[in-house]
Design a protein around this ligand. Structure first.
Ligand SMILES: [Zn+2]
Length: 354
């Protein structure tokens, strides 16, 4: 069996013919000549339409193909030029290549495929090519993927920032987190209002209007943009920040109450019970349990706040298939989301009794 026959089977190129393969001078590579089929018309690279021929280069160009048995494989072709009515005399477009890329499209697919399994450096070493070629291949695949991407309906998105490099440099990442479809949708520089708005500009108002859930942390610019661009969605905040806020609020209430009670002569009770309030009930000593009981009798705000926090933890850990699949909509309206970490320091903490 000859190589052209295999190639016609696995990589046919309409309008072109494979010639007999031969070794390159150094015996390290297999060269497969390609020539245009007789009377076939070339495509103008500007408009991707057939155009009258002009001339053909005498210098063959090599396009790297997928290698085999330790040999590098190249398609060798002398480019034609066309005389296009609109573009003038331009080089033709060949179906196996892309502009000035020295790789064939299949070779870029091949490298890109391996670059998902290995590091780019390893891919380059393993297939005897350069890091730049692997980078080009990945770029080609990503561009292709983005052009052919179907956004479709998106029910849930998650937004978060990651730090890049040294110092406070961030990227904003937006993921689709639907059941059965988890994918990275978008990356933007910085973590500002402007950054996140660019995401909504990319998906457009039609898609944003159908988003039902947005998961985010409590970074104020994100919260603002979610309220503005996705007001119908339920904004789900991450547990870490809520617990941190609850702890902070609990501490503030406790210290405020301690100050107030100091005047009333209750000081020892509360200051010695400080840690009881922050401890898990299971970890309390018998003595501490008694103290806590006393405190409950005072009906202190801090005790009620503490109980509220416990309720919250219980709710979070509550596992129910019914709850897990469908969060009741009125649970947290987006307007109730607490804003900003930076303001925390100076802000008054409001607590209501459970
Ligand atoms: Zn043209």
């Amino acid at each position: 069996m000859r190589l052209p026959r295999i190639l016609n089977q696995c990589h046919p190129i309409p309008g072109f013919v494979y010639g007999q393969a031969s070794f390159a001078q150094d015996q390290q590579a297999v060269l497969i000549p390609v020539r245009p089929r007789k009377r076939s018309t070339a495509l103008c690279s500007g408009r991707h339409q057939p155009a009258p021929g002009y001339d053909q280069s005498r210098t063959p160009r090599r396009f790297e193909f997928i290698g085999f048995w330790g040999y590098l494989v190249f398609l060798v072709y002398c480019m034609r030029r066309v005389n296009c009515q609109q573009c003038g005399v331009v080089v033709e477009e060949v179906p196996w290549g892309m502009g000035k890329h020295a790789s064939t499209k299949v070779h870029m697919h091949f490298l890109g495929h391996w670059a998902r399994k290995l590091s780019w450096k390893e891919t380059a070493e393993e297939f005897r090519t350069s890091w730049d070629k692997v980078h080009d291949a990945v770029e080609y695949l990503v561009t292709w993927g983005l052009e052919h991407r179907v956004l479709g309906a998106i029910r849930a998105i998650g937004v978060d920032e990651i730090q890049r490099g040294k110092g406070h440099k961030y990227l904003t990442l937006v993921y689709q987190i639907d059941l059965g479809c988890t994918r990275l949708l978008w990356i933007g520089k910085e973590r500002t209002v402007k950054t996140f708005k660019e995401f909504f500009a990319m998906i457009g108002p039609g898609v944003s209007a159908k988003i039902e859930f947005v998961c985010s942390d409590m970074w104020k610019p994100y919260l603002g943009v979610i309220r503005e661009k996705c007001s119908q969605a339920l904004n789900i905040l991450d547990r870490f920040h809520i617990v941190a806020k609850v702890n902070k609020a609990l501490d503030d209430i406790r210290s405020a109450e301690a100050r107030r009670m100091k005047g009333d002569g209750y000081e020892p009770v509360l200051s010695k019970s400080r840690w009881c309030l922050l401890k898990r009930p299971a970890n309390l000593t018998a003595n501490q349990k008694v103290k806590l009981k006393d405190l409950v009798r005072y009906n202190l705000q801090s005790v009620r706040a503490y109980l509220l926090k416990e309720d919250f933890q219980q709710l979070w850990n509550y596992e129910s298939t019914a709850l897990g699949s469908q969060v009741p909509r009125p649970m947290v309206p987006p307007g109730d989301a607490l804003a900003d970490r930076a303001d925390d320091e100076s802000r008054q903490n409001f607590t209501r009794s459970p």
